[in-house]
Design a binder for this molecule. Structure first.
Ligand SMILES: [Zn+2]
Length: 250
């Protein structure tokens, strides 16, 4: 048995201890004394834990890879530093925007989406009705990228690495089909009856959430580089169907 202390910074406190505490227990460790403190960066969670040394690297990896964790350090209790089983991570701040007001609203929506998955689109349409028109498009797209990344991690993260065309076919298409009927036509994704059209909430293209989902699904794996997703035709603008194209950036 060893005693280890983890210091994890996160942007928000809600659910943090619960989720990380679950990881600690699943790795056979006991939580000795969790402490949280507010810092300029957000929240600093200090977790003192005790458990079997053989599981330490698994525990460290899972804690540092958690989506809420932005930076991660560990040390042996008693002051002796231990080599981190994984390099300390400093993740880019997902919410580093001046107008991050909607980020909190999206974060509050995400657990609902996970709970009702795959029947999430009515929830998102409801979300669009509630949110300020000022950042509606961006908020909806951001919520989509988060759900897309979540779907990728949930269902596709263990699959083989594929090029963009195959990723669209094998990952983006089946994932989007779980949300709404759609098909691939000459490499573009076509959605016949997007529920985001004709709601009166959007003046231009309206399917920002679906675009975000595709961005999340294709950008989460990392090896494709940055994939640009555009909605090139939208029922909200009079087209027969909504059409999404995929372009690798650089
Ligand atoms: Zn559309």
């Amino acid at each position: 048995m060893i005693d280890v202390e983890f210091r994890i910074t996160a942007e928000r406190r809600e659910g943090l201890l619960l989720e990380l505490g679950r990881i600690v227990m699943n790795c056979g460790y006991t939580l000795l004394r969790p402490r949280t403190a507010h810092t300029d960066e957000g929240v600093l969670l200090t977790l003192a834990v005790r458990g079997p040394e053989r599981n330490l690297s698994t525990l460290s990896e899972r804690l540092s890879a958690h989506p809420l964790a932005q930076s991660f350090e560990s040390s042996m209790l008693g002051g002796k530093a231990i080599a981190p089983p994984v390099a300390p991570v400093q993740k880019p701040r997902q919410a580093a925007r001046a107008d991050d007001a909607y980020i909190r609203e999206v974060e509050a929506l995400l657990p609902e989406l996970a709970r009702h998955f795959p029947k999430v689109l009515p929830l998102v349409v409801g979300f669009e009705r509630e949110i300020s028109p000022e950042y509606l498009d961006e908020a909806s797209r951001y919520a989509g990228t988060r759900l897309g990344a979540w779907m990728f991690k949930r269902d596709y993260a263990l699959g083989a690495r594929m090029n963009l065309a195959d990723s669209v076919k094998q990952i983006a298409l089946p994932a989007m089909r779980s949300l709404r009927s759609c098909e691939l036509v000459d490499g573009t994704l076509v959605v016949k009856d997007s529920p985001f059209c004709g709601t009166g909430l959007h003046h231009g293209t309206s399917c920002h959430f679906l675009r975000g989902c595709l961005e999340g699904l294709l950008n989460e794996p990392g090896h494709l580089g940055k994939v640009d997703v555009e909605e090139t035709a939208c029922r909200n603008l009079g087209a027969a169907r909504c059409t999404f194209t995929f372009t690798p950036v650089d």
